[in-house]
Design a protein around this ligand. Sequence first.
Ligand SMILES: Cc1ncc(COP(=O)(O)O)c(C=O)c1O
Length: 360
Amino acid sequence: MDTINFTRGVPANESFPLAEVTDAAVAAMAARGPSMLQYGPAAGFQPLREWLAQWQGVAVDRVLTGNGSLQIIEFLCLGLLKPGDVVFTEAPTYDRTIGMLRRHGMQVAGVPLEADGPDIGALEAALARQAPKAFYVIPDFQNPSGATCSAAKRRRLAALAERHDFLLIEDAPYRPLRYRGSEEPTIYSLAPERTLFMCSFTKLIAPGVRTGFMVGRPDLIAKLAKVAEDTYISPGYLAQGIVDQWCRRGLLGPQIERLKQLYLPRLDACLGALDTYMPGSVTIRPDGGFFISIALPEGASTSAVRAQAATRGLNLSDGLAFFPQGGGERFLRLPFCALTPAEIDEGVRRLADSVAAVRA
Ligand SMILES: Cc1ncc(COP(=O)(O)O)c(C=O)c1O
């Protein structure tokens, strides 16, 4: 078998609804061509904002769209935060968000993550020292750990944000990708005035549509829309028109079902292979999303295992970048969605061999 890449958290090429996107593009051009090709309000293509507002059960002035959700995080850094502000994140968290916050001069402080969400005791201790401007959390099938925050902890986060007056940034691109079990409430639903909820079509349709969105308080959304306008005048309306048409055709529900059918066997293949070749290594067993993470055994650093793995045709990511303040020396993220079950099994077998070689 060729080289196996357990590195990037990307969707599977075979998940892309090519024919549907093509049809939606043709239909969108016929129905709304001129408005898709013209400049327009920076908050996004109005029909899509309206569709999203209805889907999310909020007023349309609570919806901001953008070219992917990562750029909305950048607008947040520019519009609602200022250099020197303290922002808490889970530790580990999405490495690109750490990079983005730092690029804008924020002080990033990590709150240890447990299998059921942030360590609330550690959060309370940190809050006693200093309240942050915002806490960035990925409560559903977290990138990189795979953890999902329990309902009880979501309530605690909402209460603590109220008591200590900070914003909650709820980044939830994997939330619709639950392969089994039942949903937890969004943090937004528990604290709608101080939570900014984000989701994206990049994991539901394809990264190529570069369409993400945020739901939040209208005054905050308006501030971010102003930053967006000063950045790019308006987001990619052509893509938003296609997404709008695709959603209005009722294709989101069936696509999510297809993604579940494609990805659940991959999740199970990964959990099964880890149980077989590296028993006891999995402490967080996700029910959805793109990622499983493990802690490598004592004496096996991720960097040493990576080097061994490279000689066996296996590419792995380092763990360090996911931790804002150190740690992660033995952390390993395994994105399973873009590999077939057979590749996953072979990849985990090579991983176990690499770990054994490092420890020998
Ligand atoms: C937690 C998280 N947030 C944001 C993003 C970026 O999403 P988008 O492609 O919508 O910018 C990703 C992509 O991997 C992610 O994992």
